[in-house]
Design a protein around this ligand. Structure first.
Ligand code: ATP
Ligand code: MG
Length: 468
């Protein structure tokens, strides 16, 4: 306890900049104001007019400086939630512990938070040092000190076009260095999710983690298990959808963090072709993220864990368990085992299961079952998953393309296609090894269908879940 108190004190000592913040002008930070959300600028303007300080903060400033498009814009201010809310037509206070304000402009929400104080010694923590309550307002300088990395503690004043930097974050950003503010070990203990965040920013920015910030991760990785499940799921998902998923996964494995999150991945990587399958899935995910398209969590986790499902499925079939039954058992056992660590929400689990279970049907469909399959809500996702398997040379690409064409066709065309299937046409091609690389062409539909198929292919499995 005493040791922790001393560490907290030292941490704060280091977190305090020796000579106040550095103010950087436009030519030093290089932010193009035209890329800044006009709504975020508006929020800062209104608060300023009322005599408050207000800045765009965090990820948006970091991304703007390195020329990436920010995902969203957050504002930090010395106004309290009750002072902020009445200034905007559509604004609501959210959060119980630490309240902040969502200022709504059509589709865009500007999260506006009051400066917050960092951890203090009388803060309530669990036995590992994880902060359970963190809800005190603070000064601008304190707000900077409680942020995780120097590159995330930058404040942009859109009116003066100035960046305020308390912790040499701009220099770290330019050198592509992820550096913790304060004592890294204490800060990981306060919030173990910061370990995941360090890896994410490293991959996203093509940065390195400063050695002092990196070293404690190996030792502290198991603390991840004490983080509430929903938060862990969100952060893991952010990691896998940051546009550099494979890099993130490799770093997770190297640092031992997968053991506490997706332990099955380690086994999958040891399987023959396991890593290659994951790589195909993640590179498709990255491509979608970079094109600004949505990614479905259930599809992503279904792909990550598939090789293990498949292995157990074949083992059961080899023991004479009926194919569908074997797949159900394999899917359930993998989901159960995964849930021991990273809990995937039930609705995502259900979707993953559906996507997997349909894989057994694609290869052995009958006319009736094809129509039933089409009606399933996750049919498109499952068909897209089949493309992934085809790309990994696990199923015939002609078969996969047939299903994709079917998914992209209207009812009339579907009837024609299913008739062809009925006559054994698709099945015949499916088993012929020579047609593996050839793309199936339909005489009656021609290029239009083919074009539609490839456009649809990009979107099928990744469409956001209907419940979201
Ligand atoms: P992204 O690109 O994913 O949005 P981000 O840095 O903006 O990255 P957010 O989760 O949106 O991440 O958080 C906004 C800001 O809040 C961060 O930049 C950082 O300053 C601060 N922050 C977020 N999470 C933590 C944390 N666990 N500990 C300390 N500060 C944090
Ligand atoms: Mg953000």
């Amino acid at each position: 306890m005493l040791k922790q108190t001393i560490k907290n004190f030292v941490s704060r000592l280091f977190a305090t900049p020796p000579s106040g913040p550095v103010r950087l002008s436009r030519d030093k930070h290089g932010i193009d104001r035209r890329l800044v959300s006009r709504h975020a600028i508006k929020v800062c303007e209104v608060l300023n007019q009322q005599g408050f300080d207000a800045y765009i903060v965090g990820g948006a400033v970091r991304d703007l400086i390195v020329g990436l498009q920010p995902k969203d814009f957050d504002v930090a201010t010395n106004a309290t939630p009750n002072q902020i809310r009445p200034l905007f037509r559509r604004a609501r206070i959210i959060g119980r512990r630490f309240q902040l304000v969502h200022v709504v402009f059509g589709q865009e929400i500007i999260e506006t938070a009051t400066f917050r104080a960092p951890a203090s010694d009388n803060q309530e923590t669990d036995e590992h040092g994880r902060i359970l309550r963190d809800n005190e307002f603070g000064t601008h300088e304190e707000d900077a000190a409680r942020r995780d990395f120097t590159i995330n503690a930058l404040y942009y004043d859109p009116l003066k076009e100035e960046v305020i930097d308390f912790h040499q974050g701009v220099a770290d950003l330019k050198n592509r260095t992820v550096r913790m503010i304060g004592d890294p070990e204490t800060r990981y203990r306060e919030d173990p999710v910061r370990m995941l965040r360090a890896l994410r920013f490293q991959a996203k920015l093509g940065a390195r983690i400063d050695p002092a910030t990196e070293t404690p991760i190996a030792k502290l990785a198991p603390l991840i298990e004490h983080v509430p499940a929903s938060r862990l799921f969100d952060e893991t998902l952010k990691l896998l959808t940051c546009g550099h998923a494979m890099d993130c996964l490799r770093e997770l494995r190297r640092s031992g963090l997968t053991k506490s999150l997706i332990p099955l991945i380690d086994r999958i990587f040891e399987e023959d072709g396991g890593e290659a399958f994951v790589e195909i899935a993640l590179s498709r995910t990255d491509a979608r993220v970079r094109a600004g398209k949505p990614v479905s969590p259930s599809f992503l986790f279904a792909a990550l864990l598939w090789r293990l499902v498949q292995k157990r499925w074949s083992a059961l079939v080899a023991q004479d368990v009926q194919r569908n039954e074997a797949l159900i058992r394999a899917a359930d056992s993998v989901i159960d085992e995964q849930m021991d660590k990273l809990a995937i929400q039930r609705r995502h689990q259900a979707d993953m299961r559906e996507i997997w279970l349909m894989q057994a049907r694609f290869e052995r469909a009958t006319v009736r079952s094809i129509w039933r399959l089409i009606e399933q809500p996750r049919f498109r996702a499952a068909v897209d998953f089949l493309q992934l398997r085809a790309e990994a040379r696990e199923v015939d690409s002609v078969l996969a393309q047939w299903w994709m064409d079917l998914a992209n066709s209207g009812d009339e065309r579907r009837s024609q296609m299913i008739d062809t299937w009925q006559s054994g046409h698709a099945g015949a091609r499916r088993t012929s090894g020579t047609s593996r690389k050839r793309r199936r062409r339909h005489k009656s539909s021609g290029a239009a269908d083919a074009g539609q198929a490839s456009a649809g292919q990009a979107d099928a499995g990744f469409a956001p879940d209907s419940t979201e």
